[in-house]
Design a protein around this ligand. Structure first.
Ligand SMILES: [Zn+2]
Length: 725
């Protein structure tokens, strides 16, 4: 029946799930935590030995919407006796559900009480389930135990509709009532019932199966074999097992309930999605057609002391909930370790490896973290005047941030990342002694560095404050000594709610619209007065000469590069998340209804880098805004190249987004350097607010266009092989 290996769980199990329950000896009390889940308008209560904090993003298991009712577990003290009853309840209940309970008693290898209240050498799931809605329903627990252990059988009453579970000879074989009949019920009526319930398609099929020439007489007579020929071994055995007393007037057809592992059999455990549940017919423990059936008279049937609803709820959702709790508690521990510098949801994302969750993992946050770290370290190095050239600055930055460095910092955090796929099939009855120890799969140095960066990204986007990330640096002992307040306050966020209306169609490439209003300049001029440029930019810049002079702008250019990368990536990420990375989108992807491509993927953010930060784009922008006119010390041959490039640009209609990046070869690199150095010049003198006012406005239509057409642009970049990182 159970063909999975006897593995109870793999690798690291969080203390919230695996630590033992605390007993207060002097009072004989046990401390428990109640976790309420709303599932399909029902409530399921799970007990944990430690409090669990739930993330804002409600988690969805299969297609049922499962939501924690409270943000944290509710604390409760119960007596030692009450707790013992809860443990016995669980051992017996899961034995029934896994179909491992024996006729006489619970399975021989069931856990003993001690394993729940003392430290275990191997991690074991110590989550317990209890009946109840708003509090633990102890009466139901006692009733269940009494019926099981004292064999206090309660006979059932005939009912018009059966939504109770029953058992016959022993309370360890739980059955579901399929059909109720009496001595006068015709055999044909039963056959019609079978057809109505799609167990057989037509009478012919039944006649073949039951080996009947013609159908007459009562079902009761048929089961006794009176005047009927011998039948298939199957039917013979049903006849043999037909138990009833002479005084019985009502009889029942029963099916044994499905075992735990037979539920959600068609589920795709990678996508955490079950086709059957999705189609509206929820997987249930009530048996289907191919299960063995039994017949029994009224007097040999007893009521199973738990409702169908409760058992169904537990068997449908318990394993999946445990899998989810794994992630939640892992993220919760990580959140505590980083002093809540990031939101729980984001930490959850930051510590999930792609192998664990292909839809929601650290990749996007890592990319974001990477650019914020780059910005902060660039600013810090820019402050230090001992670095004179871009080369010395760049190599200093490389020395500061290496994978080896980042992974060692990550190591200090002692976080457990989600790096293997857990699924409910790996969970075996956790009330059993069988546990197999498994090594946690190890993260590579690169992965550790990625997770460190992703945590940086998570801290940063909590409030888009550099201070939060600097606090994270301090916590993780990453040396950071930036001091100029101007560089470390404000944020790079562009307000996309106000979009200026340009001529042309809405989805036209922004430059196409812009050149309709104001084309590239007709004349080529050089060495124009700075005052004119400052008027154009709309602010006075004391460092303008340094920023615009060849051989002098290197330091500013180095800083500007990091500034613009942050500006573009943060805004693209933020806008894209609204469209492509919301919970609804993630759910659709999980169910396989949209392709992975339509979910924001790190490739997309990388595409943004290529499209909006390459020298073709920045060079074209710099020429469009006439930066060359105000540059100083431009060598003659550069001036000539600019003239040629400008002639080409003037003729171009920019009808297609693919055009602009093709200019990277034609436009001298100095133009994109100027584009960057002026950005730094503005930041150094006025801070982020002014950068957004000037560069944010210039980038805004392009970022908007990029976000709206992201799959198109992404596909194009992939097809041209531009995505090699
Ligand atoms: Zn299902």
């Amino acid at each position: 029946m159970v063909d999975t290996p006897s593995v109870q769980f793999l690798g690291y199990v969080t203390p919230q799930l695996s630590s033992h329950y605390t007993i207060f000896e002097e009072k004989d009390n046990v401390l428990i935590y109640l976790n309420y889940f709303e599932i399909d308008n029902q409530m399921l209560i799970l007990l944990s030995p430690c409090p669990i904090e739930y993330s804002q993003q409600s988690f969805i298991v299969f297609s049922s919407t499962i939501r924690p009712r409270y943000r944290v577990s509710q604390k409760l003290m119960v007596s030692l006796d009450q707790f013992k009853s809860i443990v016995s309840f669980n051992i017996l209940l899961f034995g029934d559900l896994y179909l491992t309970n024996k006729t006489q008693f619970q399975p021989f290898n069931a856990r003993n009480f001690q394993t729940f209240i003392s430290p275990n050498p191997l991690p074991q799931i110590n989550i317990l389930v209890v009946p109840g809605v708003y509090s633990i329903h102890f009466d139901q627990i006692y009733e269940f135990l009494e019926s099981k252990l004292a064999q206090k059988n309660e006979q059932i009453q005939p009912q018009p509709k059966f939504d109770i579970l029953v058992y016959t000879t022993n309370p360890y074989r739980v059955c579901n009532i399929q059909y109720q009949f009496d001595k006068t019920t015709q055999l044909i009526d039963y056959f019609f019932y079978l057809i109505d319930n799609q167990i057989y398609t037509d009478i012919n099929e039944i006649q073949q199966q039951f080996m009947l020439e013609d159908i007459k007489g009562t079902l009761f007579d048929f089961l006794q074999g009176k005047n009927y020929p011998n039948s298939t071994p199957n039917i013979q055995s049903i006849r043999k097992n037909f138990t009833y007393n002479a005084q019985d007037t009502k009889f029942y057809i029963l099916q044994q309930i499905k075992g735990f592992n037979q539920i959600h059999q068609n589920a795709d455990f990678v996508k955490i999605f079950c086709q059957n549940c999705e189609d509206g017919n929820k997987c249930t423990l009530l048996s289907s057609q191919n299960q063995q059936i039994y017949f029994a008279g009224q007097s040999s049937l007893f009521k199973y002391p738990l409702s169908v609803k409760f058992l169904d709820l537990v068997s449908r959702t318990f394993s999946q909930l445990i899998c989810q709790l794994f992630l939640i508690t892992n993220a919760q521990n990580a959140t505590y370790k980083i002093n809540r510098l990031a939101n729980l949801d984001r930490v959850e994302e930051a510590i999930s490896c792609p192998s664990f969750n292909s839809q929601r993992n650290y990749q996007n946050l890592e990319m974001l973290g990477d650019v914020v770290i780059k910005y902060l370290t660039s600013a810090m190095l820019f402050e230090d005047s001992k670095y004179k050239t871009e080369n010395t600055l760049s190599s200093a930055r490389v020395r500061l941030i290496t994978n080896k460095h980042l992974s060692s910092i990550y190591g200090n955090l002692k976080l457990n990342a989600m790096n293997f796929k857990i699924n409910s099939k790996k969970l075996l009855n956790h009330m059993m002694m069988i546990i197999n120890e498994h090594e946690d799969s190890k993260l590579s140095q690169k992965q550790q560095a990625d997770i460190y960066e992703a945590l940086c990204g998570a801290c940063y986007i909590k409030n888009y404050q550099f201070k939060d990330l600097m606090d994270f640096f301090k916590l993780t002992k990453l040396e950071f000594q930036g001091t100029v307040p101007q560089y470390y306050k404000g944020n790079p966020l562009i307000d996309f709610s106000i979009i200026s209306q340009d001529p042309g169609k809405d989805n036209d490439y922004p430059l196409k619209k812009q050149i309709l209003k104001r084309p590239f300049s007709e004349t080529v001029k050089f060495d124009q007065p700075f005052e004119e440029f400052q008027d154009y930019l709309g602010c006075k810049l004391n460092l303008i000469a340094e920023a615009m002079t060849v051989d002098q702008f290197e330091r500013l250019e180095f800083f500007g590069d990091a500034i613009l990368e942050l500006l573009v990536i943060v805004n693209v990420h933020k806008e894209c998340e609204k469209l492509y990375y919301n919970p609804r989108q993630q759910q659709l992807c999980r169910e396989g209804k949209i392709t992975q491509k339509l979910l924001l993927c790190p490739g997309m953010l990388h595409t943004a880098k290529i499209s909006l930060l390459d020298s073709g784009f920045m060079g074209t922008m710099a020429i469009y805004h006439n930066f060359h006119q105000y540059a100083r010390n431009l060598p003659k041959e550069i001036q000539n190249s600019i003239k040629k490039a400008l002639a080409l640009l003037r003729q171009d209609q920019f009808t297609d987004f693919r055009r602009i990046n093709q200019y990277s070869q034609q436009i001298p690199k100095i133009m994109s350097d100027l584009w960057e150095s002026v950005a730094a010049c503005i930041l150094v003198e006025y801070g982020w607010e002014k950068v957004i006012e000037i560069y944010g406005e210039m980038y805004k239509p392009y970022i908007k266009y990029f976000v709206d057409n992201i799959s198109l642009i992404y596909d194009f970049c992939q097809s041209t092989g531009n995505l090699k990182q």
